[in-house]
Structure formats: C-alpha cells, structure tokens
Design a protein around this ligand. Sequence first.
Ligand code: MV4
Length: 449
Amino acid sequence: MSNREIRKILIANRGEIACRVIWTCKEMGIKTVAVHSEADREALHVRYADEAICIGPAPSAQSYLNIPSIISAAEITNVDAVHPGYGFLAESATFAKICEDCNIKFIGPRPEVIAMMGDKVEARRTMVAAGVPVLPGSPDAIESPEEAKRLALEIGFPIIVKASAGGGGRGMRIVRSADELESQLELAQSEALAAFKNGAVYIERYIERPRHIEIQVLADEHGNCIHLGERECSIQRRHQKLLEEAPSPVITPEQREKMGAIAVNACREIGYSNAGTFEFLLDEDGSFYFMEMNTRVQVEHPVTEMVTLADIVRNQIRIATGEDLQYSQDDLQIRGHSIECRINAEDPVKFTPSPGKITAFNIPGGPGVRVDTAVYPGYVVPPYYDSMIAKLIVHARTRELAINRMQRALDVMVVEGIKTTIPLHKKIMADKRFQAGDFSTKFMEEFEL
Ligand code: MV4
C-alpha cells in the first residue's frame, strides 16, 4: 500500500550523512535538495545534490537548526519530503510537526512519538507499560529529597540520577551512599535546569560495568515491524562512541531474538513508525534494561547494513511513502561481522577538535571495505560542526577477520593536514582485550592507564 509519492527530498543536514542519504535517493530515482550554511559552500553534499540552497551563516543555530529557513528552502524547491539525518533537527518534535503542518513529509516517526522519547521519564514509563525491562527506579520525576531517599533505600546503592530532558550521558550523577544523596540530587537538578531549561530528574539502580547494546528496528505505518539485530557500542569516550560493531561478540542468537522481540512488540504498542533504535544496558549476568530510544537513523547504521544487506535509508524513504515493509523477520539474517571506526578531526590524545585543510587524503579499498565520508583532498574542515570526517566500515566472515581487515584498512588510510583518531583506532584494534571481546563501557578509562 502506497499513498504518498516522494519525488524530491530535501536533506536537512550536512557531512557524510547528507551524502549517505543522497546516494540512496539517486538509486531510487528521487531528486535531492541540499541545504548548506555559508561555511559549507564547498561541501560535498552540495555538489552531490540536484539543487542546493544556502540557509544561513556558519553557526548551526542560524543555519542547520534554523527551522524557518529550512522550511522556506523546502517550499521554494517544492520538495515532497525532508530527511533530517542524525543530530541537528532529527529529534525535534517541533520541526517534525511544522513539516507536517506544511504538508511536507518528515522522514521519521510521528511528532508525538519523538516528543515522548525525548522526555526520558515518559519514555521509561511508556516502555514499562509496553513490557520492556527497565532498571529498578523512580516511576516519575523526583519530587523531594525524602522521596529520593526512600526510593534509593528500596533500590540499594549505588544509584544514578539522570536528567529527564537529558540523554546521551549529559546531566548524570552517580550516588554511592545515602549521605551524599541530597547534595547530588540538588546538583543534578540545577545542572539539568541550566542545561535543558528543565530540572526534572529520575533515579535508577546503577550498573557498574555495563555494555551498551542497541537494537535497530524498522516499522511501517501499518503496524508491521521487524528488528535488524543489535549493535555493540560499548567502546566510547566521554559519551562519544569511537567504534561500533555488529553483531555484539557476547549476544547469542537466543538473546538477540529475545531483545528483538521486546523491541518489536514495544514499537507496535506505541505506534512507532520508521527507523528507530532501542538502547539497552547489558549487565554482566546477561540481564538487559532499556535506556533510551533514538527516533532517527544513527551514525553507526552501516554496521547493521553490512550484516543484514538492508539499506536502512531506503527503508526509511519507502516507509515514509506509506508502503508496507518489504521483508518479514524470517527474511532477515545476520551474516558475518562488521566494524565501524569513526574518524574524527581531533587530537587522538587530548580529544580536542583539529579543524583545518586536508592536504592529503587516501581511502582504503578492497573487498568488504566501505568509507562513508564527505571530505576530499584540499577540503577545509570547518570549526563549527561535529568533528567526524569519515566512517571506515569493514565486513568479513568472522570478527577476527573483520579486525584484521580493519587493521589493513587503517594502515593505508591517510589524512594529512589535520589530526585524526586513526592512531587511536590502530591501538584499539591491536588491544588483546578488544580482540577477545572482553570489554564494557569502562574500556577507554582502563585503556588509557
Ligand atoms: C546508566 C549506566 C549505568 N547504570 N544507567 C550513559 C548514557 C546515557 N544514555 C545513560 N548512560 C548510562 N546509564 C544506569 N542505571 C551507565 C551509563 C553509561 C554509559 C552507557 C552507555 C555507554 C557508555 C556509558 C558510559 C558511562 C555511563
């Protein structure tokens, strides 16, 4: 069933994800409109698109986050739909609603669903109702220090205080004993208020050494939903993922089926549509708990594409036209192993941004190697945006072969003129614990010792 034609899409983003969306649009015979800031006139997504419109000055707030400017560009170019990519306006319920009101299809879930998942207390409550396991914690935002104390004693220390409007690790505090609870709670609330203009916080039992495992789902607008297995995202630093892989070295087929079924069932319960990701914390005993849901395509989607042969962006667009999912769960298989290394324009030791001119650029090739990037020799990495300049993705029959393939690829990857995280990835690939699959979200803290 298809009730909406999409002939032309505006990509409300920049960088590699804008290029990634354009590739699939080209394959589907869909015309594309790039938007760009004044700093991005020479950007690759501008050259790849059929049309390009400048939407404002370099700072994101005046360009890629400027809703009136983007809607104007969409109206002028007469597009049928907007693809938001990730970051920027991808999880703005306001933007999704305005698109809808302007009769432009937002390629993502309904605005109400985006808003609900953006409120972590509400998301948690919704997931409990949909049968998704969550950690013992507060059913609502914390109202008083007394309530926090009562709950904490029930749950047992350590606990974690999280901002309801936060996410991605911003505004969290670990509390290890009752005597520090009140002060930490107050700090968390005032930090949340300052950072998100919303002081609501909630508490949960704290897991010391979890793994971050996420399930990719695809849901059409008619209640059909499938999962595409998990991604292992535990290797991160300061809540920034460094590399991801699929499948996870510790998830068994039975565990995958269980986690996938829970995610798919939840999607049906909440009327979720389009691509989405359920983030789980996996405990050392194999228990898993819902953390957050991402209502967009993710940076790390390629590792899932490599092991399933699905084109996630194509599925997003098909779903947005109102078509049924083209495959059922039984059609989907996980084949081989994929790893993605995020190449950032950063000092690999200090993790400070390293913008500037790329004087030499060489990308690896050969079987099972994919590079998603928007940079080229002579390109100047602007200082205004995210520092990720490329994703190096490999696919091989086994994890061991994928690590080997990644090492060979990293060896021939050349980015000169700026500092990058390539040397760090080489060290991680050579690490015995990484190779053994023996790690948690604490891996980088221990790695640096
Ligand atoms: C936790 C946790 C342990 N216990 N919640 C970090 C990101 C945000 N989405 C939630 N996070 C965590 N929540 C409980 N109850 C540990 C983390 C965490 C983490 C999670 C995923 C990936 C990396 C992380 C690094 C530090 C802490």
